[in-house]
Ligand binder design. Sequence first.
Ligand code: SF4
Ligand code: SF4
Length: 251
Amino acid sequence: MSGLKTDYIDLFQLHNPGSMPDPEDPDGAYQALLDAKREGLVRHIGLTNHRLDLAMKAVTSGLFETVQFPLSSLSSANDLALVAACKELDVGFIAMKAMSGGLITNAASTFAFLRQYGNVVPIWGIQRISELEEFIAFEKNPPEMDQAMTAVIEKDRLELAGAFCRGCGYCMPCPAGIPIPLAARMSFLLRRSPYRGFMTAQWHEQMERIDACQHCGQCIRQCPYSLDTPEILKTMLSDYRAFHAEHAPTC
Ligand code: SF4
Ligand code: SF4
């Protein structure tokens, strides 16, 4: 551990395995983590996943002390059942993509939403000092769920919930060179974040790659949300072209 400058790791998470690790496999990752725990090198063992069924198995298996799973104010009732199961079984819940990969723009509403669940520790995905300051201010004066917050969340859910790309990147690399995690969210990014960076010649060329999709099916097979990604990309390209024609600088 000298490279890490620590004698032990507080929480070692198995990151997004495709199936539950076999705790009996003497050469498996879980046994290695148990050995590391016995030696005092690791204090707690956790698992991260984007698949609800696998995350639920991890919670009920008794093998993990924490589970990290995407959770935000857009999450469904099924996702929230995982939070309840964690509470009941005393498993820590770490919320990844708490701002849904940048698509949620009202930090106060998602903060207030997640604060209702006392057993959830969110990872906010802060990118700017101003955002960090905003969240520190929320910790001091937590916004509460009221009618205004509920209205913001309902609006976001109407616009975003359902078959939208979370930007996780598990479908990559695309053989056609399409930057799927951004391209498949382009309509939202154009309207929910500064759009000028997407109006460049480079981004235009990258979006046009969607037309060269080889329909290999890899993105569909690897998407934890079972999205029809090529169809989503087609819609995004059509919208991008219209937006670009209207907003791209002409000189
Ligand atoms: S189906 Fe198209 S978008 Fe999906 S991985 Fe294959 S080439 Fe890329
Ligand atoms: S299409 Fe699916 S796998 Fe690819 S980035 Fe979006 S959510 Fe993730």
